[in-house]
Design a protein around this ligand. Sequence first.
Ligand code: AMP
Length: 112
Amino acid sequence: MTLFEKIIAREIPATILHEDELCIAFKDIKPGAPVHLLVVPRKPVPRVAAATADDQALLGHLLLTAGKIARDQGFAEDGFRVVINNGPHGGETVPHLHVHVLAGRPLQWPPG
Ligand code: AMP
């Protein structure tokens, strides 16, 4: 079971902001910005590179959910960043696909 499956199963606590039939969104435990959320599919797809055509709707749902949360939480207009880390060079540490949503301050580009 991945760390995020344990959060979904309520075995590990998290501040959950959104939940639906396909995904869950909660606060990152080590925020990199004033707002730092993770949007995580219930299905434990390890990473983008492991997704298949069967996951097409799910991948779209994760981005639509990120946008909806941004609007609902009031940071869509100021702006935000969506990040998916894939593999060692991408900085992936949890092998369960997740969309980072960062907001609340101007963000640097390019990332480190
Ligand atoms: P990544 O490095 O892209 O795989 O992102 C994993 C993210 O999960 C990191 O930003 C961590 O801070 C975050 N994280 C790790 N453990 C927890 C936890 N128990 N609750 C919430 N976020 C976590």
